[in-house]
Write a protein that binds this ligand. Sequence first.
Ligand code: TMP
Length: 203
Amino acid sequence: MFFVFDGVDGGGKSTQVDRLCTYLKTHGEVVTCKDPGSTLLGEALRSILLEKGQTPIDMRSEMMLFTTARTQLVQEIIKPALKRGAFVVLDRFVMSTVVYQGHAGKLNPEDIRAVNRFAIDGTTPDQTFVFDVPVATAMRRIGPSRDRMESRGDEYFTAVREGFLAEAANDPAATLIDGTAEIQTIESNIRAIVDGLLEKRTP
Ligand code: TMP
């Protein structure tokens, strides 16, 4: 079973990834990873994409680099884990590219979906939790030390937030999470959805 946590920076997804993993470990093997990252190639691309270096990166190149990191992650870790029956809990996935490089980065979201269909080779999440907080809250939580992506202005992050709201509304396997709610409340809401899926899974 494959769970994805996605949404705006500073939305609070990492805390909930940890909590869900702790819970799922009582049910079986859990593999948790970060997109981009979690493979040697993915970590190298993550550094290029997030460090504030001097290398110019065009938006199309940026989209392809995020997607390349994901392709490696799917092939090297996610597919084998799902095949052996493990739970996979992933921090970000295709929706991030559609939103950050599409809705906010002005590339055509349909082109991004098409490239990613090839990249993920049928490996789609059973459930995606999309964390939403107002841009001002996100900026406050991120604080003054920002990576290359986080350094983009308020206009970009307003488009990111709106993009996630639109994508969550259009994806039947996605649930919007109010990232301003109490951590415990969020955990319970996620747990209820996961338990529902676990029940359906057992004969
Ligand atoms: P994070 O893993 O710490 O959330 O940081 C990843 C950053 O990269 C975050 O700002 C979102 C951004 N991102 C994209 O722009 N496109 C993508 O496809 C992904 C996966 C992340």
